[in-house]
Design a protein around this ligand. Structure first.
Ligand code: UDP
Length: 562
């Protein structure tokens, strides 16, 4: 059956159920964004033309909202608790629905069981039963619940699962045996999924799929109106919880010399003691009123927490400049409580790395807050800087629909891994050394480019400098690391073509392989396909890195990927 775009979301609102504060927040958002989704669907339909889109049956099980997982978020929706996850789930539901797929939504274990066909009263079904869904979107909590209640069919059908995972899960932490042996075990477990089954909120590492969310988009008239109506001396502080203001008196004092400071900090009866009297605190605002505040403000300022939420994108989309602190040394699971035990080795160099790296100046200023002069100079410069509202394409409704469409039509983790087996020596390798001898590319005349996605001809392979990760190496060349290309490179032939002087070649389990170790001139191939990883580095190795191009404003998709 072909999927047909939908523009009326009222049935989706029914599917989302009711009662919980979190669901009310999500439904309000979906309702408010209906017109934007409809317009985006129209545009994407035009862009895709006659492209075939299969309709899938999809279950969305939002584990963190179930009572069985403790549902700690719902009671905090109106009290300044995190809303980013709810923003994202609301947008995922909307996107799947607008794309025209068959949708079920569950937010309790009971509903999950009944949708999976687990007989009532039974903890789990020991026999494999047919699964009525092509795809299941869930989170780590939901994954655990499915494992407990699906019996043997969990193993059989886990390739259909997609895990919404805000901060990402790197391959080294995902592989059970490897994580256990090498100190990558975390509380989140090791699920031996294809790392691309984990879907993140921002494009952290290309080892995972970038899911994202949307921010409201302005039309030209609104943009002009907003630009004209800005108060050049108005600042809004990022953060709904009073705790983030603690110890920030010095910065607030400096900022207060130049600007009128507004906050949206939750409070019960009186002003939270952390928020100084000169700050105009609005309390936690409903989302549309928060947007209105951003439309008037010149500056949106972060004090280091929360990390990587939606609000800075909304601020920039509403014409604010986002000022944030640089983290030096970077925050990571090694030195910061928040990241401790998270299944990623990522180093976070500022409060919002996406804003810093993908947007940057003039919209985003990342400065060292320990240096008061630098901080003060930035504020003065920002007050003189004119910016237009800006929203990266990948965070528009159309961009999100395009990306999810591509994933649904092309990502299939139920088929055996890549056409070139790891370690295999392909007699007629499809690669050639590029004319300038810096990297490998797909030979123009290679007869059989395997039917991979992304298409294999977009591959460019580089040998990284010692100690460099593939994520960074590809970015250095204006490209993005593409882990699904690793199998093509995992051969002696690739080293040979790159003229790497291997004294010997061995095949082992290591998330940094394929790589060349300089002392000893040894080449290493990857033995375990699940461990292919863009992330990770060690000064001992020069990694062999598969890169590809990407669409401007849509880093998840290569030029020929739609
Ligand atoms: N938000 C809101 N009212 C406010 C402040 C923020 O509704 O007073 C919304 C905002 O529009 C954003 C969401 O809260 O979409 C999440 O924002 P944040 O970046 O703070 O991420 P979180 O830490 O909540 O996940």
């Amino acid at each position: 059956v072909q999927a047909v775009f939908r523009s009326n979301l009222s049935h989706l609102l029914d599917l989302m159920g009711s009662g919980k504060e979190s669901l009310i927040f999500m439904k309000k958002r979906t309702k408010r964004l209906t017109a934007q989704w409809a317009l985006a669907a129209q545009r994407l339909a035009q862009k895709l033309g006659a492209t075939r889109r299969d309709q899938k049956q999809i279950l969305v099980h939002i584990g963190f909202l179930t009572e069985e997982s403790g549902d700690v978020f719902s009671p905090r929706v109106l009290k300044g608790g995190p809303l980013g996850e709810m923003v994202q789930w609301a947008d995922i539901l909307a996107a799947l629905y607008v794309l025209g797929h068959g949708l079920r939504v569950t937010v309790s274990l009971k509903e999950l069981q009944s949708n999976l066909g687990v007989p009532p009263g039974r903890g789990s079904c020991p026999l494999t039963m047919p699964l009525p869904f092509d795809l299941i979107y869930t989170d780590y909590h939901g994954l655990q619940q499915m494992k407990q209640h699906m019996g043997l069919s969990f193993k059989k059908y886990r390739c259909r699962i997609r895990v919404i995972d805000t901060f990402g899960t790197e391959p080294a932490y995902n592989h059970e045996e490897y994580a256990t042996l090498h100190g990558y075990r975390t509380n989140w477990g090791y699920w031996n999924l294809n790392p691309k089954q984990f879907m993140t909120m921002f494009p952290h590492t290309p080892d995972n799929s970038f899911m994202g969310f949307v921010s409201e988009e302005l039309n030209e008239t609104e943009k002009q109106l907003i630009k004209g109506g800005k108060a050049s001396n108005m600042a809004v502080v990022y953060g709904k919880e009073a705790s983030i203001w603690k110890g920030k008196e010095k910065f607030l004092g400096i900022l207060n010399k130049y600007m009128e400071i507004h906050g949206t900090v939750y409070y019960e009866s009186q002003r939270p003691p952390e928020v100084p009297a000169f700050v105009k605190n609005h309390g936690l605002l409903p989302q549309p009123e928060f947007q209105q505040l951003l439309r008037k403000a010149k500056l949106f300022i972060g004090f280091g927490f929360p990390y990587e939420g939606p609000a800075p994108l909304e601020a920039i989309a509403n014409g604010c400049i986002f000022l944030q602190s640089r983290f030096s040394p970077p925050h990571s699971s090694l030195n910061h409580e928040f990241f401790r035990g998270k299944p990623t080795s990522r180093e976070v160099f500022s409060q919002h790395p996406y804003a810093e790296n993908f947007i940057g100046k003039p919209h985003v200023w990342t400065v060292d807050y320990n240096n008061s002069e630098e901080f003060e100079a930035a504020i003065k410069a920002i007050m003189r800087t004119q910016v237009d509202p800006y929203l990266p394409y990948e965070y528009t409704c159309e961009g999100m629909l395009e990306r999810i469409h591509a994933y649904i039509q092309h990502q299939d983790f139920c088929i055996a891994p890549g056409p070139v087996l790891p370690g295999a020596h392909t007699p007629q390798s499809p690669f050639v050394l590029a004319p300038n001898a810096t990297h490998l590319e797909w030979a123009r005349n290679a007869s059989l480019a395997p039917a991979a996605w992304p298409p294999a001809h977009s591959l460019r392979a580089w040998l990284a400098a010692p100690g460099r990760a593939c994520t960074d190496t590809c970015l250095d060349h204006g490209l993005i690391c593409e882990p699904s290309f690793f199998p093509f490179l995992n051969s002696q032939d690739a080293f040979l073509k790159l003229q790497v002087p291997c004294d010997s070649t061995e095949s082992e389990m290591n998330h940094l392989y394929p790589a060349f170790a300089q002392p000893g001139q040894e080449c290493y191939l990857q033995k375990e396909p699940l461990l292919f990883s863009c992330a990770g580095s060690n000064s001992k190795y020069r990694r062999l890195c598969p890169c590809r191009d990407f669409r401007k404003g849509q880093v998840a998709l290569c030029q020929g990927c739609l």
